[in-house]
Design a protein around this ligand. Sequence first.
Ligand code: NAI
Ligand code: MG
Length: 787
Amino acid sequence: MNIKDILQTMDYGNAPESPDLALEWLAQHKNKMSHFINGDWHSGKNHFASNNPASGERLAQVSQADKNTVNQAVKAAEKALPGWQALSGHARSEYLYAIARLIQKNSRLFAVLETLDNGKPIRESRDIDVPLAIRHFYHHAGWAQLLDTEFPDHEAIGVVGQIIPWNFPLLMLAWKIAPALATGNTIVIKPAEFTSLTALLFAEICQQAGLPKGVLNVVTGDGSTGQHIVEHPDIKKIAFTGSTAVGRWIRQATAGSGKKLSLELGGKSAFIVCADADLDAAVEGVVDAIWFNQGQVCCAGSRLLVQEAVAERFHKKLISRMHKLRIGDPLDKSIDMGAIIDPRQQQKIASLVQAGVDAGACLNQSTAELPSSGCFYPPTLLTDVSPSDQVVQDEIFGPVLVSMTFRTPSEAVALANNSRYGLAASIWSENINMAMHLAPLVQAGIVWINCTNMMDAAAGFGGVKESGFGREGGKEGLYEYLTLKINTKTQKDKDKAANKQAAKSIEPVQGMDKTPKMYIGGKQVRPDGGYSYAIHNSKGQIITHAGLGNRKDVRNAVEAAATSHSWSHMNAYQRQQVMYFMAENLSYRKAEFATRLESFGHSKKQAETEVESSIQRLSYYAAWCDKFDGQIHSVPMRGVVMAMHEPIGVIAIQCPDEAPLLSFISLLAPAIAMGNRVVMTASEAFPLSALDFYQVLNTSDVPAGTVNIISGNRLELTKPLAGHMNVDAIWAFGSDAQWVEHESATNLKRSWTQNSHRDWLNINQGQGQEFLRRATQVKNIWTPYGE
Ligand code: NAI
Ligand code: MG
């Protein structure tokens, strides 16, 4: 083709990037890769192939780590931990900085190797994956420097295990490693089996940067290697990105182990186009949302919602744009879409699309010629689908968009939220009021207004609902790698005794009339089963009875909390007024509440101190209502990213036995201060202070259903709460962490369990921002400026 011909057709020519640099690097390793443990290379006994999905050719043999290898890596990380933690923040920041510089120097090698191994267009690995990975290390070099002054009450967790997926191999590695190193943890990381190569190149970079031996260990292998990491007793935290199924398994496998967990899982993110959107810009947005990285993006805008008035026009523009996308050799700088990671994924995409078509969807697919070899799938749009269709509900993880229409903004919100996922959402409207109205209403960890798939190290990334929990990036992301320095273990034995006594006391008694009732949906109610149980004082004498709640009571309480929205719709100032009122009303009843505590065996002075502290604690969290501010993140773009603290929804709270009034208030108050509704399970041994509290709620203008209080056997009540689909978070302050966390996997609810106990009177243990962070999740709203 000569220049004149090209000017005629305006076709792109070929612009191939050379693979040589990466192939040479692989040849230096004899195309046989080892694990990186304790600063050295260890070849595995068994190997598997890493292929180029665009050609099917084998790039290298990669070592498969078994349990032994994982043990070795964990040992190395443990040994390196004290030295790494003893370094100053400044010294650690120098390593992160050096790593950033070295990736920058080798960026072409990284980009080419990534494209060869993963099949993504070189344009993306070169311009997005690698620069963002570099940015992550620079940003976190800064956090290392600032750690001592900005997080004085926190410390590193220890050895962390990290498991990453194949869609952004280097970038996901950077998201995991940079914050872990900055905060002083040591690491065992496993790349995905399809894409291990850039992680090994990265390990080499760390060697060059002089990172102390054992601080970073890279083991390669499949899911079984991941499993050994998850199950290793000396690993204190697991950070995982991947499928919801594996995330759920990890939640169950680590239940009760005390391991901290962050999960970044699947998504089915809504892409909302309002009638007043800039439609051409929104079409380009869709291209980035679903055809970037072949749609193998956890936050891909894979559910298009278009306002009916413009739907036809929009679809037409979109289909015409879709046909212009160029699919081909990922190393060609002028292609838009590369290869699908593996034939199995391609098969999964094809069969889901077929199922959609069989269910009645209208198939629009690019007719562009696909390369004859390699693993490719054309850009696809499915219209005429309904909200319950499998293609609308399930993550396809390929270049497949489903489209539905809506009439009103509230219908758009309802459709957007009709998903078990909640990773991201994109909203397109030229009316900023409308966009800012919708942003808080959609259930998602990230909202992009008139943009999509924007990411930066300074802004947290992560989801709500079954998209997982925890954030990566931003200040919010650092907490995932830190733990509070407080020592809560001292009270453990004391409380064990109390629990024992409580367990003995569960003997159902039928039809006791003066039994204090439970409190559900703003009403005092008798337990469904009609049973009560004896409450003893500290001398073992029966003082009264309390309602013995069952599953049905749990269901009623959750239903009341889930359907009562008025508390969450109140603004922070209004909630604050109500909470001050609660404090005031408790102080009117000081004497009554103190007497109740005395009846359990508190001395008069102890009882008065506990009531006084409870009043103060209510005021403390009332004060926080309008002060737990979010942040504006400074990302490198013209625009703002608003990190907002949002309530989680319905929180089930299991109260401990110690300080039965104060612990109840200390858990209730932060949860409702942030706008959540709660189901409180009163202390099993001493439930009366909690049950008495309905009087304060009734007289303080707390909307019905905001606070529900049930009593009974802790196990009987907490088990259905932990498994309930309408409970969004569970806080369990008892000895049941193992099964609470296990059951919480049903809908991946956020769980906060504590087997060791707190001194609730001590303000360093009994209150603080830790509670507010547990009661909220961060939503990052991206809003670019300019026309
Ligand atoms: P996967 O969840 O199995 O793989 C992700 C990582 O987890 C890999 O490193 C893998 O080796 C590891 N892994 C697998 N089983 C494990 C176990 N039992 N314990 C510990 N680690 C384990 O995802 P897969 O099978 O590659 O893809 C299947 C689907 O998952 C995709 O179609 C997509 O829907 C979703 N996915 C989502 C990703 C995201 O970014 N949210 C990334 C990759 C996949
Ligand atoms: Mg590969």
